[in-house]
Design a protein around this ligand. Structure first.
Ligand code: GDP
Ligand code: MN
Length: 337
């Protein structure tokens, strides 16, 4: 062919409506997005990030921190930075913050994994998944790139944000004194945490002074702390105050749990560990349900109802809403107030 097909010429500028520069908000929080991902998660995290930008961050321009135990490829960085005008930083997780510690008895850990595979426990045979859960429980907030921030919003690959978020949830957290925000809560699989509650009780008994007054124990336990009802906030979405995790109570709590080895001898998830931490080391009124953030992580979604649905211009089907399904814990949260 002598010439190029016509579509190869860019559309002339005269057809474009120049996007008006969006003024920086006059007040912002000291906050960042946090994405823990592998290089292979690029398509999924681009999908999540594009939605965050379109629904929220093009107005607010909060920065992003990407974390990985392996170096991000140049290709990964190029595609990600092209999605936003906000600052993006890429961090490499230190070896010991990620991998199974040497003091874990590998024979015992292997036996535990094999038993879980026999019992078809989800991710029961996976070491990387356990590394991830331990990292999210106790190490993400200690990463160097997060030190300068106070608030974070955790975002995972392949999630959906259904509604415009036209307000600043970080400022809401800051101004209202909230420390932990969620959209979905549910029950944990009992086979992943057989001894977790015993350890929680042991910790509380030796550190009663670290437990907050007016805490959310009612969300976790139906019998005043005797047993765990397995309710937890679904941690694939979190908007939180990093100081909650950095504080003495949670740090000691995590270190105690880590010493017990349950991240490897069982399969303790960061969701129950964070939830128990937030519920016991903060006041219940510091835990916030983001009702107006329409959100899906397979297989569950929170779809705002009524006025919140129209206000956010949400596109989720309001009848597809996990809030008061039998497997949801939201009614337990509601009952505390
Ligand atoms: P699920 O939501 O419990 O099914 O678990 P995911 O596979 O979504 O993992 C939770 C989060 O950790 C996601 O943000 C993943 O991208 C991330 N993740 C999981 N495993 C790894 C890993 O081995 N390395 C890194 N860097 N990130 C991981
Ligand atoms: Mn996930």
């Amino acid at each position: 062919p002598k010439s190029q097909p016509p579509y190869k010429e860019p559309v002339p500028d005269k057809y474009y409506k120049p996007s008006e520069p969006i003024a920086e908000p006059d007040r912002k929080a000291n906050a960042t997005f946090v994405m823990l991902v592998r290089n292979s998660d690029l398509p999924g995290i681009m999908s999540s990030m594009k939605q965050i930008e379109d629904r929220f961050n093009r107005k607010f321009k909060y920065p992003y921190v990407f974390l990985n135990e392996q170096p991000f490829t140049q290709e990964f960085k190029n595609y990600i930075t092209a999605l936003t005008d906000a600052p993006v930083e890429f961090g490499l997780i230190p070896h010991d913050d990620w991998y199974q510690p040497s003091w874990i008895n590998e024979t015992r850990a292997t036996e535990a994994r094999e038993a879980m595979v026999q019992n078809s426990v989800i991710y029961g045979g996976s070491v990387p998944y356990r590394n991830m859960c331990r990292f999210n429980s106790g190490f993400f907030y200690r990463q160097e790139l997060l030190q300068k921030y106070r608030y974070y919003w955790r975002v995972e690959p392949d999630v959906k944000f259904f509604c415009d978020v036209d307000y600043d949830p970080f400022l809401l957290m800051q101004d209202e004194g909230k420390v932990y925000g969620f959209t979905v809560s549910l029950y944990e699989y009992p086979t992943t945490i057989p001894t977790l509650w015993n350890e929680v009780r042991a910790f509380i008994n030796s550190n009663p002074n670290l437990v907050a007054k007016d805490n959310a124990m009612q969300f976790l336990s139906d019998d005043g702390g005797e047993t765990y009802n397995r309710c937890h906030f679904w941690s694939n979405f979190e908007i939180g105050d990093l100081d909650l995790w950095r504080g003495e109570a949670y740090s000691k709590f995590f270190d105690y749990l880590d010493e017990q080895g349950g991240f490897y001898y069982e399969r303790w998830g960061d969701a129950p560990v964070h939830s128990i931490g937030a519920a016991l080391f903060a006041r219940k009124d510091q835990i916030h349900f983001f009702n107006d953030i329409g959100y899906k992580h397979e297989p569950f979604q929170h779809c705002p109802q009524g006025a919140a649905h129209s206000k956010g211009k949400c596109w989720c089907d309001p009848s597809q809403n996990f809030d008061y399904e039998w497997y949801s814990c939201l009614s337990r949260y509601d009952k505390m107030f």
